[in-house]
Every structure is written in C-alpha cells, then in structure tokens.
Design a protein around this ligand. Sequence first.
Ligand code: GLU
Length: 309
Amino acid sequence: MANHNPQNPGDKASLRFRFAPSPNGWLHLGHAYSALFTQRAARAAGAELLLRIEDIDQTRSRPEFSNGIREDMDWLGIHFAPDVRIQSNHFADYEKALDQLADLGILYTCAATRKQIDAEISTRKNPDNWPRDPDGSPLYPGIWRDRSDDNYARLMKSGVPVAIRLDMTKAVALLKTRNAFPLTFEEQGIGPDGQTGQVQLDPQIWGDVVLARKDTPTSYHLSVVVDDADQGITHITRGQDLFFATAIHRLLQILLDFPEPVYCHHRLIRAGDDRKLSKSAMDASLKSLRQSGTSADEVRHMLGFDRPD
Ligand code: GLU
C-alpha cells in the first residue's frame, strides 16, 4: 500500500489504521485475515494500529465476545494502541452527527415495519423486478418520506419505535451544490469487480438508508463514519463485502465535513463451499481452532501471512 494520504500527505507519524470487529459472535478465519492484513499494511506504512469494538447492537453484542476478540488478537500477535474505542460509549457522538444531518433537512422518521415495506412494494408495478441494494435488500419504497412534521410529533408522543432515514435524493442534491457529485474515493486495494485507484460510486444504489435503527439510536453507517473521523483514521482496510457501503460513508463524510480517508478493500476468505465465512453459520472460530491445537503460526500460514514483517 502506498503512503499517499489525502489528509496529511507525507506525514507518516499521523497515519492510522484500524481493525473494527463486532462482538456478536466468535471471530473466524475471515476476521483473522482482515486483522493480519491491517497489521501488515499499518507496519508497512509506519502507522498506528487501533482497535474499535463495534457494539452498537446491544442485543447481539456480548462481553464474552469482546473478550474473545482481545484473546484472538493477542494469540495472533496483533497489538493495538492502548486507546480502544468502544462504540456503545459514544451514542452521544452519533446523536450529535444525526442532529447535524437533521439541520441540513435530509432526514426523516420512518415507522414502517419490514412487512409493511414488502406489502407496499407488492402494490407497485412489476414488484418482482423492484430494485435491490448491493446487499440484496429491496430499496425502501419511500412510504414515510414526505410525511408532515405533525405526523412526526404524533409518532414521538405515541412511543412507536421509529427509524431515521436519509432522504437520498435530497442528500445527493446537496452534494451537487458542493460540487461533490459524482462521489469518488481512493481505493488502494481492490473492489469485488476489480475496482481500484480513483473509484466513482453512486450512493443512490442504496436508496433511503437507515441512519438510526428502531432498536438502537444509530446505525453501522453513521457510527463508522463518526468513529473513523474521531479516531483520526487515515486508512480503512476491510473486506470487499463493505466496498459498496463506501458510497454511503463518503457521502456522510462530505455532509459532516469529515476528512477523507484512503480505502483498501481486501479479498474475502471463503468456506470450502465458496460461501462467505460467517459467525451465524458456525464456521470454525479462532477460539475453537486454538482449543483443538492449531497454532497461531499455522493460521498465519494458512492465510498467507507467514513472513514476519
Ligand atoms: N464491524 C464491521 C464488521 O465486523 C466492520 C466495519 C468496518 O470495517 O467498516 O464487519
């Protein structure tokens, strides 16, 4: 990875990389690959390596999984700067960012359930060909987009759980007024279709994304952008499954006046049947590999990281 950094060109000491796992299951080989990849890239750049525990999902996150992350990283010989960021300590920071976006007039509340969204789509012309986002979910059909403030006040009073969505059309219009559309970013790794170098992505492929969920007052997209800015992250290394999400992240960075990091997406480690590894599919955890006698060296070798840098 080159040392170029749009934030502080040439200033090596201020380069920062991060590994940002979610403590909602045991880490598997895919996470080990991502952490080792990040460690190698950070070392090559002479950068600091930070850990962030992404635990906004308070129902799925568990302390034993957070501890497991630390144990797995120690075992693999990956050491982080002492200041570990725990997302659940930062809900106030996400709320502040949400307020900033609300002031731009590009957010709205949405009380629709998944069932209501599906039902709405089924009433549209050609529902079987309804557009889907890069993760395969149908685009939000806009049920709550243009409802009045009265509606909002009534909802808030009634205590019905609401999500907060970004009005993508308004957000893109705002980007255009700031000469920031089309959106671009610097990809120093490789996207799923070979994308590299200056990449252009259209955030509209995601529709009106949720920025605060019904069950937690933020979302992956909002928290990750706030945290990367707060932690001064200059290089974001992560799996290709998050490549297209970069469009939303760049959009939020621009609207919140955050600096632009460099991105480096890497290949995904696949299971024997070519699926993406997952915690929920019970793919072998690092913990179980360790307990059954696999060494950290063997894991590094398996993943192609044998040479100590
Ligand atoms: N927490 C995310 C995950 O475990 C990674 C977030 C990121 O690297 O942007 O998949």
